[in-house]
Design a protein around this ligand. Structure first.
Ligand code: URA
Length: 429
């Protein structure tokens, strides 16, 4: 493979040979290819696309650029989900232990928040002592014992993706469906779970703004996963409004624990149960989705899922009895008038939470785990004039006050109740 000929091939819209593409990815991972040639190829791939076959080969080669975990020794089927991320998306926290309670093994390798999107690792780290930096041996042991374990990406997991992603980020080539698919799937496949559920979000708080783009991504994720021998499903879910009543790390952990205790907001609980039911059904634990759903409801109601979360947390050093971090300042944002909450903008709420200190604007920043937005009123609720629409949590009253107007602007109030929100728009399998 001659790098400039390889780039020329994609520049002219031709399909790569499998062996060349694999050699190219080896050159990316081993550092023998320079940044400028990789960047040129990324732009050619962005503009001319990759065929389904090329996407599958690229994904497989990226997956094999590092360690690949295998779970054949476990007596339970392995499953995991990937969410494309959103505002207030804390579903992984109750989902992994719920799936463990349903008899699955969930080896979950998660990420940190960046921009508007929160990250599971930051949320978990708001639990006192919770360690997300475990080696493979501990990861395997905890998945076997507790049924689930949630850790961060190791240096050895799909290293080709780390280099490609960093270059995509600075060459305006992130929003390419084949490149996104290869990036997401190489990491998920290396993690080794046999069943994969994708929660592909669309709307103002999501990476994909429209249902059409989200569907195209979901279809490509499923096709690539199938091509590489995995059992895949996808849900298309609405991320135009925040999920649940909290946005911010410790606040979201509290809400996730509420769901595990059988309560929590209806939308968070609904999505958790649906995702768990799809994973358990797709993995063959239940003959029908209806039975899987009923079992998931039971495991939330009888404490079985909470008990799995406790076991995982204890194994990872987390103390669930220690208080979660609390913000120094809390400020209620009053409704300017009485009305029905017709819409809450996920994008605006995400920006408010970010500026309150809950997220990162650049990868090297450290979030304030206690900061964020609490007690968010949801679509369809009635509010009276002056009643709180939400509560801002920040390191200082000044910081909270500076964002009160923006937070209020996230809410649209109407004189009549809005139609019910349809959170799950489509199931693809
Ligand atoms: N998440 C990833 O891991 N990779 C992408 O390219 C986009 C989202």
């Amino acid at each position: 493979m001659v790098p400039q000929w390889f780039i020329e091939e994609k520049r002219d819209g031709r399909e790569h040979d499998e062996a060349d593409l694999r050699e190219w990815v080896r050159g990316v991972a081993e550092g023998t290819l320079p940044d400028y040639q990789i960047a040129a190829w990324l732009m050619a791939a962005y503009l001319n696309g990759l065929s389904p076959r090329e996407t599958a080969v690229l994904t497989d080669a990226m997956m094999r650029s590092g360690d690949c975990l295998e779970w054949d020794d476990l007596p339970r089927p392995t499953a995991d989900k990937h969410s494309t991320g959103g505002v207030g998306d804390k579903i992984s926290l109750p989902l992994a232990p719920l799936c463990a309670a349903l008899g699955l093994a969930v080896p979950m390798i998660s990420g940190r928040g960046l921009g508007l999107t929160g990250g599971t690792l930051d949320k978990l780290e708001s639990i006192h002592g919770f360690n997300v930096r475990l080696g493979v041996a501990d990861f395997r042991r905890i998945v076997a014992e507790a049924g689930c374990c949630m850790i961060g990406q190791t240096d050895r997991l799909a290293p080709a993706d780390r280099r490609l992603y960093a270059l995509r980020d600075v060459t305006a080539t992130v929003p390419s469906i084949p490149l996104i698919v290869a990036s997401i799937m190489s990491k998920k496949l290396a993690e080794g779970a046999q069943t994969l559920l994708f929660d592909v979000k669309f709307g103002s708080g999501a990476f994909m703004r429209t249902p059409g783009r989200a569907r195209a991504l979901a279809e490509a994720l499923i096709a690539t996963g199938r091509h590489l021998g995995r059992n895949c499903r996808a849900l298309l879910t609405d991320m135009d409004q925040p999920l649940g009543r909290t946005v911010g790390n410790a606040l979201e952990v509290r809400e996730a624990l509420d769901v595990l205790r059988g309560g929590g907001p209806r939308d968070v609980r609904h999505l958790t149960v649906e995702e768990a039911a799809h994973m358990a059904h797709a993995a063959g634990r239940f003959p029908s989705l209806v039975e899987a759903r009923a079992a998931a409801e039971r495991a939330l109601g009888n404490g079985a899922a909470l008990e799995r979360f406790r076991a995982m947390s204890a194994a990872q050093g987390g103390d669930l009895d220690a208080p979660l971090p609390e913000a120094a300042a809390r400020l209620e944002v009053p409704a300017p008038r009485a009305g029905w909450v017709a819409h809450v903008s996920a994008e605006t709420m995400g920006r408010v939470a970010l500026r309150l200190g809950a997220g990162r604007q650049a990868a090297e920043e450290t979030p304030n785990l206690a900061a964020g937005v609490d007690a968010i009123r949801q679509q369809g609720e009635r509010v009276e004039a002056g009643a709180p629409l939400c509560v801002l949590c920040a390191a200082s009253p000044e910081r909270a006050r500076a964002l009160a107007d923006d937070a209020r602007d996230a809410f649209t109030l109407a004189d009549t109740p809005p139609p019910e929100r349809q959170l799950i728009r489509e199931v693809l399998q």
